[in-house]
Design a protein around this ligand. Structure first.
Ligand SMILES: NC(=O)c1ccc[n+]([C@@H]2O[C@H](COP(=O)([O-])OP(=O)(O)OC[C@H]3O[C@@H](n4cnc5c(N)ncnc54)[C@H](O)[C@@H]3O)[C@@H](O)[C@H]2O)c1
Ligand SMILES: [Fe+2]
Length: 383
């Protein structure tokens, strides 16, 4: 089977990468930019670290759009679209976590493909005709890799559903991944977004369409996240830089091959309870890994190795699979992620959650095809 890979045309990495924003704006000859950023990041002057470079671009005009909530809604996308239109913007600088970058992607796509203005028709693979308004994506969390993915996730609040939209036309024209933007993250946010990145790497590694090219990214990402996440949570500079890169590398992979059941089960938790995406994934990951183990061939041996487990070549199949799950669970506990969904999920919602997970765009990528009853059991195990 041939495989297709879509990546950013250009990306900048490491401390100092932010200066690249000026080069990209000049190179693309952008004249009127809307800065998508959430209120918190603007009020705390985190976006000013980028704006100081925009101020150096001669003749550039910009305005802000800040009305973006975590797990961004259809309304956020449409409000952002209105600002793009009113300002007659020719570009976007998105500064934030996945929520800001995804909101920008939705607005930017509709801006150039107005027939999708209802937003809901973008769910799944949207047959848009035109590339979106150019986006320069600057992540402030180290997790979603939304700066390099062809996916974006919008919450349909009315139907209590997270819509995964897949569209190569939405990929940012440039990603600027500077760990300086992540230094203000508190411990818990670093931990949960880092565990989101680990979930991308593991789900991407075992997904049905995984191939040698995507495996290369995912294994490296697992290795870096396992090694550097705990120190990144303590705000160690080198670890922040490594984690910023690792989450991007995971994105280079999973964006092109898909994810699996952890994400399918996490999305409804975001839609129903506004559970932070990384927290939902981190809690679900070990339990879903156990469920998937039988459908993953030798892959858990490589996951265990990348997680730093010693002696995996001497282990039986059963042993290295258990070791991989344990290593993931231990990492999660070490960065203080809760171990269950007791404080999140209400038992009477499980039927709805399981149906949403069945319908989720990430579910068909799971290595094992689950039944709704199995998903119900998986949620129940965690409450
Ligand atoms: N596009 C994709 O491929 C993809 C992949 C995974 C997840 N997602 C989506 O991304 C969203 C989650 O994004 P996220 O996990 O990055 O979090 P987020 O963008 O929702 O941000 C969470 C909170 O952290 C704050 N924050 C962000 N950066 C900060 C910083 N540097 N310092 C202090 N606070 C900061 C924000 O203001 C916000 O309140 C979800 O909607 C999820 O579905 C998208
Ligand atoms: Fe994710």
């Amino acid at each position: 089977m041939p495989s297709r890979f879509v990546l950013n045309p250009v990306s900048y990495h490491g401390y100092g990468a932010l200066a690249g924003v000026k080069d990209v704006v000049e190179d693309k000859r952008l004249k009127k930019i809307v800065i998508f950023v959430d209120r918190f990041l603007k009020e705390n002057k985190i976006s000013d670290k980028v704006v100081k470079y925009l101020d150096q671009v001669e003749g550039l005009e910009y305005t802000y759009f800040t009305d973006i909530k975590p797990n961004p809604s259809i309304k956020n996308v449409l409000d952002g679209l209105k600002v793009l239109k009113d300002f007659e913007a020719d570009g976007i600088v998105a500064i934030g976590g996945g929520s800001v970058m995804d909101c920008a992607a939705g607005a930017a796509i509709i801006n150039t493909n107005p027939e999708f203005e209802d937003v809901r028709s973008l769910e799944g693979v949207a047959p848009t005709k035109n590339p979106s308004t150019p986006i320069i994506a600057i992540p402030t969390t180290a997790g979603t890799a939304a700066e390099v993915t062809i996916n974006y996730v919008i919450t349909d609040e009315e139907n209590q559903k997270k819509m995964v939209c897949v569209d190569p036309h939405s990929i940012p024209v440039a990603a600027i991944v500077d760990p300086e933007m992540m230094e203000s993250m508190p411990y818990g946010l670093t931990a949960s977004t880092g565990m989101d990145a680990l979930t991308h790497a593991i789900e991407g590694y075992i997904t049905k369409d995984a191939n040698d090219l995507s495996d290369m990214f995912h294994i490296k990402a697992i290795e870096l996240i396992a090694k550097y996440l705990p120190k990144a949570c303590e705000n160690d500079k080198e670890a922040r830089e490594k984690l910023a890169l690792a989450q991007y590398v995971a994105g280079m992979g999973f964006s092109n091959v898909g994810l699996g059941l952890v994400h399918s089960m996490a999305h409804p938790l975001g839609a129903l309870y506004d559970t932070p995406h990384g927290v939902a994934n981190a809690i679900l990951l070990p339990t879903v890994m156990e469920y998937n183990a039988g459908a993953t061939g030798e892959k858990y041996r490589e996951i265990a190795r990348a997680m730093g487990v010693k002696g995996v070549d001497e282990m039986s199949e059963d042993k290295y699979r258990k070791a991989a799950v344990k290593a993931v669970k231990d990492l999660s506990i070490s960065v203080k992620i809760p171990e269950d969904l007791k404080d999140i999920v209400k038992e009477e919602d499980i039927e709805f959650l399981a149906q949403s997970a069945m319908d989720d765009a990430c579910r068909p990528g799971n290595p094992k095809d689950p039944t709704k009853e199995e998903i119900i059991e998986l949620y129940k195990k965690l409450i």
